[in-house]
Design a binder for this molecule. Structure first.
Ligand code: TXA
Ligand code: MG
Length: 355
């Protein structure tokens, strides 16, 4: 495994050419995008895409996103190009938005997990775009981590999760968006948000202005899921997006999600937990407004701004794992659509027996 640093503003053409050659040869290359690092392969080569699944330990029912360098390339991969997709691509690409559209026959089955659609995204990242252009093919890339682990937002996270598996990791520094792209289904009259992200329902609605197209959340934001025994998977309808299993973005530590109003209950539970714990593994708190005083907790202060919060979230979770944390306490961010993507990831990072 080689890790090569690339300048995000001016990616070295020689480095990009080398990475593109590996992609052309059916090998895997991990590369930065604005959301998270991707584990890339030639999207038109089923064997190469199969290697992504092997490396991640990813189940075959979970389709991968295909990255393109422009809309023209996307259209070739779609059986048809819905008007919603056309407008969203025009307004939101390049950017952290994946459009699910009917797939053309050149998309291998393995990419689509046997389904009749494909998720397409043009990333807003010079290294990613340069790589796709140089490879001359669309690049299938899920997040560059083992299945169910937290997505990587640095090259270091990729190495921790995947070890020596990808032949080459392009290191473009920390990702700026920090959580995975918003995934929307454009195959029906209304646009459904299958996976919330930092392009939220309001931005999508604005982008579709004047088109008489409704945007809706395909899944409820399980805000009620913060009492013990509550918030389990039951109330969540069968996922339309196959990757939407609950335990999807989990760190090794237990994640306890709580509302600021639950502070006292959490403090009591923490003291009880600490007194019953023989090992000395640390407890980490990702906190915004709450202060637990002198309780033995390593506190990471999280930002009030959702964009900043998203950018820092996965690094904080990776750091908690690196410290060997037994529990990560996370203060639930406020209600509001701008936090939808973050609440979604936090809910899925937490165990079902939340406090
Ligand atoms: O930001 C991102 O989207 C990152 C970077 C690397 O681009 N990629 C990423 O890929 O998060 P991945 O594989 O970890 O997540 C892809 C998810 C799948 O789990 C699935 O839920 C959804 O996107 N998806 C992909 N193709 C789909 C399809 N045809 N229909 C429905 N959902 C799809
Ligand atoms: Mg992933």
């Amino acid at each position: 495994m080689r890790v090569v640093t690339v300048d995000v503003r001016h990616p070295d053409p020689a480095v990009i050419a080398e990475a593109a050659l590996l992609i052309r040869a059916g090998e895997l290359v991990a590369f930065p995008t604005e959301t998270v690092y991707g584990l890339g392969a030639n999207a038109l080569d089923p064997d190469a895409v199969g290697r992504i699944f092997e490396t991640k330990g990813r189940p075959a029912w979970n389709p991968v996103i295909v990255h393109v360098a422009d809309t023209a390339q996307a259209r070739v991969l779609a059986a048809n190009w819905p008007t919603s997709a056309a407008r969203l691509a025009e307004r939101c690409w390049p950017g952290p938005l994946t459009l699910v559209v009917p797939r053309s026959s050149i998309i291998p089955n393995v990419v689509a997990a046997g389904g009749d659609t494909v998720g397409l995204r043009m990333p807003a990242h010079r290294v990613a775009l340069a790589l796709i252009e140089a490879a001359g093919c669309p690049i299938a890339a899920p997040s560059a981590n083992r299945f169910t682990q937290v997505s990587p937002t640095t090259a270091g996270h990729v190495l921790t999760s995947l070890g020596n598996s990808p032949g080459l990791v392009l290191d473009g520094g920390p990702c700026t968006v920090g959580i995975e792209s918003t995934v929307v289904d454009c195959t029906e009259d209304a646009v459904s948000i299958l996976r919330p992200g930092m392009i939220g329902i309001n931005a999508l609605t604005d982008a579709l202005e004047g088109m008489d197209i409704v945007v809706r959340n395909a899944r409820p934001q399980h805000l009620s899921g913060c009492t013990r025994g509550g918030g389990t998977g039951e109330e969540i309808p069968a996922p339309r997006s196959p990757g939407m299993t609950r335990r999807h973005y989990a760190p090794h530590a237990d994640v306890w999600l709580f509302y600021p109003t639950d502070q006292e209950r959490i403090a009591t539970a923490l003291v009880a937990y600490m007194s019953g714990q023989s090992s000395r593994r640390p407890v980490v708190g990702l906190l915004r407004s709450v202060d637990f005083g002198d309780l033995p907790m390593t506190v990471v202060r999280m930002p009030d701004d959702p964009a900043q919060y998203a950018q820092e979230l996965y690094a904080a979770l990776h750091e908690a794992d690196a410290r060997g944390a037994s529990i990560v306490f996370i203060e639930m961010p406020p209600a509001g659509a701008e936090w939808d993507g973050i609440r979604d990831r936090l809910t899925r990072a937490s165990h079902e027996d939340m406090l």
